[in-house]
Design a protein around this ligand. Structure first.
Ligand SMILES: Cc1cc2nc3c(=O)[nH]c(=O)nc-3n(C[C@H](O)[C@H](O)[C@H](O)COP(=O)(O)OP(=O)(O)OC[C@H]3O[C@@H](n4cnc5c(N)ncnc54)[C@H](O)[C@@H]3O)c2cc1C
Length: 507
């Protein structure tokens, strides 16, 4: 039995580990935090659960790629998720004008809604959506299709900056802005973020949007169970402090307690900048190291977690986006502190016994690392009174913004908690609290192109820094990483064969 050591027990490390365990490898996952999950971690205040990261899910509808992967791993039926309102998965509000758009799930319904809001742009809207779907067709694994070759070519539109891509089809500047409303889900930057990322994320959610019921962490626990059921182990509270390499091979990894773990393969599912620090100098080519160290990361966020008084605020089964005005969506992280936050995203995640009233609300506001730079040398729980006062000030600013949309919300609040870019950095080990790994650049794609293989023969990479982030990107990368061991398309073919057999058996 070959063995693999995985560094990082986030969604990437656990999904890669579960796939490899199912293939018969002995898997050991080493996680620095006391809890597994990374961006899937939950925390509890006054008996109310909150998600630290992932909330909005896609790829889980019938035939969806994530659904197929989870079926293969045997966790799909155990996953506690709820589909968002079919007629309104996302509500986008512009405060200055009062414009409010309610956008349904499903390609046809989504298209029709946009055409109703902007009838003069109907033709452009249809062409734009067709172009989005065409871009996703260029990514075989998005549809769980075997990849003909590791070397793929793409259309010119694939790397075109997403804002320019939209503008090629749409004339009305308000509609251009609206079509980019999911920007906070991928950290889009004008003139840089490639159209394929915009298309993948939009198509993913248009095809079906879901929320966790209860705690997001249960998904991490289900994945860890798969590893354990196949004889593997998931060890928490054990940071990897060094990776020892001899003759272009990892010989072992060292943990904070001085122990060493060795295996046939090693997979890093931590941010690649953190991996470089663990490897030390001279292991990987200098040009590669410099490129990854210098590459820009995505923006971060300040998060407000609200506990509502009982039966005070209605449950909302969709995601809400509030923008001050049109024209700001592509420059989220470039704001003047005096007008922060210019926008926010809110959700009232469902509980196990969800009724008509919301128990909690999570509000994400894009924030630049510069806001917290003065405390960058501090750690969780020891940042000082000035930091606590600053956090409270930001929370009040967010509540004031929410009041513009929900005038009575302040009276509904029982208590609230906050997380800043520093929290995200310290819990996940993500540089500058980056939400989604590297910021991809269509004008310079090679800068953030990271293959799952490295120059160290038995060291592979997984997680959100390789390819795409999130509920869909991370498991698809896990397949790529596992296939570096078992061969191109082996895992995709097995997943498809398994799911097709199950489908036949059930009909
Ligand atoms: C606030 C926020 C909101 C988000 N919302 C969504 C959403 O709604 N939908 C969506 O699809 N995606 C969302 N994402 C993105 C999604 O959460 C991530 O893409 C995904 O969780 C990344 O998984 P990962 O395993 O690559 O990285 P991580 O989850 O960061 O996992 C890395 C793990 O490695 C561990 N680690 C780090 N260093 C070491 C070390 N030296 N030794 C051992 N362990 C180590 C960390 O503790 C962590 O557990 C969100 C992210 C954030 C931060």
């Amino acid at each position: 039995m070959k063995s693999v050591i995985i560094i990082g027990g986030g969604f990437g490390g656990l999904t890669t580990g579960a796939l490899l365990a199912r293939e018969g490898l002995h898997v050991t996952v080493l996680e620095k935090n006391s809890e597994i999950g990374g961006g899937l971690q939950s925390f509890t205040r006054r008996g109310v659960h909150f998600e630290t990261g992932m909330h909005i899910l896609g790829g889980l509808s019938e035939g969806g790629s994530v659904r197929r992967i989870f079926k293969y791993l045997g966790i799909m039926d155990k996953l506690r998720i709820e589909r968002c309102d079919l007629n309104c998965m996302d509500e986008v509000t512009y405060m200055r004008t009062g414009d409010n758009y309610r956008l349904p799930q499903g390609r046809e319904a989504f298209t029709d809604a946009l055409c109703r809001y902007f009838p003069a742009e109907s033709e452009g809207i249809r062409r734009y959506l067709q172009a989005c779907y065409d871009l996703t067709e260029e990514v075989d694994i998005f549809y769980m299709r075997p990849t003909p070759s590791v070397f793929t070519t793409h259309s010119d539109r694939f790397m075109q900056p997403a804002d320019e891509f939209i503008a090629d089809f749409i004339c009305d500047p308000r509609l251009r802005d609206l079509l980019a409303y999911m920007n906070p889900m991928y950290g889009g930057v004008a003139g840089h973020t490639p159209a394929y990322i915009h298309a993948l994320i939009n198509v993913l959610y248009i095809s079906g949007q879901y929320h966790f019921i209860g705690r997001s962490q249960h998904m991490a626990e289900l994945l860890a169970d798969v590893i354990r059921q196949h004889g593997g182990q998931v060890i928490t509270g054990l940071p990897v402090t060094a990776i020892h390499v001899e003759d272009k091979q990892v010989v072992d990894v060292e943990t904070s307690d001085g122990r060493k773990y060795s295996g046939d393969y090693y997979i890093s599912s931590v941010h690649t900048k953190a991996l470089l620090a663990l490897l030390g100098e001279g292991v990987l080519p200098r040009a590669y190291v410099n490129r990854l160290n210098d590459a820009p990361v995505t923006y971060s966020a300040f998060i407000l977690y609200i506990v509502f008084k009982p039966e005070s605020f209605p449950y909302i089964n969709h995601t809400g986006y509030i923008q001050d005005d049109y024209g700001q969506i592509w420059s989220h992280a470039e704001y003047d502190n005096s007008d922060w936050p210019r926008g926010l995203m809110y959700l009232t995640p469902p509980t196990e016994q969800q009724g008509p009233w919301a128990q909690r609300m999570t509000i994400n506001c894009i924030m630049s690392w510069d806001e917290v730079r003065q405390w960058e040398g501090t750690h969780v729980g020891h940042r000082g009174d000035d930091y606590e006062a600053w956090k409270q000030e930001q929370a009040e600013r967010i509540i004031a913004k929410l009041e513009q949309r929900f005038p009575d919300i302040r009276q509904c609040i029982d208590s609230y908690y906050t997380a800043s870019p520093l929290t995200i950095r310290d819990y996940y080990g993500s540089p500058e609290g980056a939400l989604y790994g590297y910021s991809k650049d269509g004008l310079d794609p090679a800068r953030t192109l990271i293959a799952p293989v490295t120059r160290v023969r038995n060291l592979l990479l997984s997680g959100q820094c390789v390819n795409l982030h999130g509920i869909c990107g991370v498991p698809l990368t896990a397949i790529n990483t596992a296939e570096c061991i078992f061969g191109l398309n082996t895992i995709v073919n097995k997943i498809n064969a398994y799911c097709d057999k199950q489908h036949v058996a059930s009909t």
